[in-house]
Design a protein around this ligand. Structure first.
Ligand code: ADP
Ligand code: DP6
Ligand code: CO
Length: 319
């Protein structure tokens, strides 16, 4: 019986958006995330006569299969192992919709690779491997809050746990406005972002915002965590809008949702937003306000799917 590896997605509160080295996926900034309980990927690898990648029960050809096997080829040569492989993966998260499917996907794939070949690695070593598939995957090795320190080479660029079981009342309401696969992948989007005149200031603010966020988490200060996360996300999207040529992942519904968060705050219902490389919005709130926020979103956006998520666990082997 081949074993299934499960990794949960993570949402960055201080975001990774820009690379120093695209081959090694070395970032230009450190990032900090929360791993999510409600979204995850299950992946299993077995021997096969030909390389094949199945996602959600459907055989994949083209770019997504190529990405999987170019990643696995790097891992095979690193560990001097060979063989054709069948990869079967299930996303319990919308794929390529800005809800971080690549974070759980490449963490689970790196884990499944190690299980298949009987390779025993520390979390930090596994984080480095996952990073080579998708940068954000480096953080999905851990539960709770994780920090990916940018480092300056393959060895020094990995994530570690800040707090795997945080005692912080932090709810993430994921508002699924549009789950269509995006036209511009995160990899391409962050490359284009580097042409913005605001790209250098974005990088320059990383260390200070990261330190402020770590302090806010340690102080269990929801207001500061939320407002910093919102500021950091807006900076990332400002860089996209001012790229040459400019672009945005926002849709009209995204702007409507941003304004609704501001409205709720004016009414004394404290909440903040973060947005990744897609049109969907994630609202940071405390347990006491979840009902009011959800009701308001449901009445403004008909039939919208809202997932009340919180902290999830690190990577695990299921059987
Ligand atoms: P997201 O916002 O979902 O992380 P990205 O553009 O970063 O979007 O990455 C999406 C890509 O990740 C997909 O197009 C596919 O190539 C890859 N991917 C997603 N899920 C899986 C999976 N379970 N296994 C392997 N690759 C996956
Ligand atoms: C906006 O990790 O998906 O979600 O390394 O090119 O695969 P690649 O990019 P990816 O980028 C994530 C971008 C983000 C912010 C974040 O998760 O830190
Ligand atoms: Co991604």
């Amino acid at each position: 019986m081949e074993k299934t590896v499960r990794a949960h997605t993570n949402i960055a509160l201080i975001k990774y958006w820009g690379k120093a080295d695209s081959g090694l996926r070395l970032p230009l900034m450190s990032s900090l995330s929360m791993t999510i309980d409600k979204f995850y990927t299950d992946t299993k690898i077995s021997d096969s006569t030909e390389n094949q990648f199945w996602l959600n029960g459907v055989k994949q050809n083209g770019p997504s299969s190529n990405r999987v096997f170019s990643f696995l080829k790097i891992l095979q040569s690193k560990f001097a192992v060979t063989g054709k492989l069948k990869v079967e993966s299930y996303n319990h998260v919308p794929t390529a919709a800005g809800l971080a499917s690549s974070s759980s996907a490449f963490a689970a794939l790196a884990g499944a690779f190690c299980v298949h070949y009987g390779i025993n690695l520390s979390p930090v070593e596994l984080s480095r491997l996952a990073r080579l598939g998708s940068g954000s995957a480096s953080r999905s090795i851990y539960g709770g809050f994780a920090i990916w320190q940018k480092g300056n080479d393959d060895e020094s660029s990995y994530a570690y746990a800040l707090d795997e079981k945080p005692d912080v009342d932090l709810q993430l309401l994921v508002v699924e406005l549009n789950n269509r696969q995006k036209d511009l992948s995160s990899t391409q989007g962050m490359k284009q972002a580097q042409t913005s005149p605001f790209f250098m200031p974005w990088i320059a603010r990383n260390q200070i915002e990261l330190e402020q966020m770590i302090n806010a988490i340690k102080a269990n200060d929801f207001s500061t965590i939320g407002s910093l996360a919102e500021l950091n996300a807006c900076e990332m999207h400002a860089v996209n809008l001012t790229a040459q040529p400019g672009f945005t992942y926002f849709e009209p519904a995204t702007i409507k949702a941003i304004k609704l968060v501001a409205d709720l705050r004016r009414l004394g219902i404290e909440c903040y937003f973060t947005i990744d490389a897609g049109p969907n919005i994630k609202i940071l709130s405390q347990l006491k306000n979840v009902k009011d926020i959800t009701n308001r979103f449901v009445s403004e956006f008909h039939n919208v799917n809202i997932i009340n998520a919180s902290f999830g666990p690190g990577i695990s082997c299921l059987n």
